[in-house]
Ligand binder design. Structure first.
Ligand code: ATP
Ligand code: MG
Length: 210
């Protein structure tokens, strides 16, 4: 066998091995897809210390809007600062309803009674969306902090999420949130902070951080 023809034989072997490996993987994936039979909305929690929780939630917002679905977005904490995603939705997305608590971070307001009153007003909007089957997707951005600071009753939140319309999906974002919230969610992603440019002194950038 020439070195050229043995090289071809080895390449074929590599290709064959790859094909067999991929075939097995396809069988595993297809078997799982065939096994899954439940059709309903999903409850997703994006938590952890890394960057990407809110931006992931808005990724799902745009996916849903892309299918003509109706989306409700409630932002706890946020609203004092501008954000690109909210600007875009307000200008271009008639199928999305946004409500912002608008008080900014609790370490900025430094007023507990006012924060609690604002979070309760905001929760009324969230609860209304979670009871309305016209909303295909509801995003509750930074909701976990309302639980963490005990501004809102945890069981009230868990009940509203558990009893939402069957076809409705919900995305909750924010660090923490507690075991009970994690248990009621179908999908929980813990976004890990490996590093963040902020720690190296890089200022928050429009289009990336806000
Ligand atoms: P994003 O909105 O970018 O998806 P996030 O929702 O995961 O971020 P938040 O805790 O809500 O994170 O903070 C929002 C802002 O803080 C963004 O400007 C984001 O870049 C920044 N941020 C997120 N994670 C970190 C981190 N680990 N260290 C410093 N800044 C962070
Ligand atoms: Mg966020």
């Amino acid at each position: 066998m020439t070195s050229e023809s043995s090289k071809t034989a080895n390449q074929k072997t590599d290709q064959q091995l790859h094909k067999e490996k991929m075939q097995k993987q396809k069988e595993r994936v297809d078997a799982q897809i065939a096994k899954n039979s439940i059709e309903r909305g999903v409850a997703i929690l994006m938590t952890g210390n890394g960057k990407g929780k809110t931006s992931s939630a808005f990724g799902m917002v745009f996916r849903a809007l892309g299918y003509g679905q109706r989306v409700g977005i409630v932002q706890f904490i946020k609203g004092a600062q501008e954000s690109g995603e909210v600007n875009f939705i307000r200008q271009h997305c008639d199928n999305a309803e946004i409500y912002q608590m608008g008080t900014g971070f609790t370490w900025n307001t430094q007023d507990k009674a006012a924060d609690i009153a604002a979070s309760e007003r905001t929760w009324v909007v969230a609860e209304r969306m979670l009871a309305d089957d016209q909303f295909d997707l509801v995003v509750l951005d930074e909701l976990t902090y309302m639980i963490g600071y005990k501004y809102l009753d945890r069981s009230k939140i868990i009940d509203a999420i558990s009893n939402r319309p069957r076809e409705q999906s919900v995305v909750v974002t924010g660090r923490g949130g507690g075991r009970e919230l994690r248990e009621v969610m179908d999908t929980v992603s813990d976004v890990k902070n490996v590093k963040h440019g902020y720690a190296a002194g890089i200022k928050a950038r429009r289009g990336v951080d806000c």
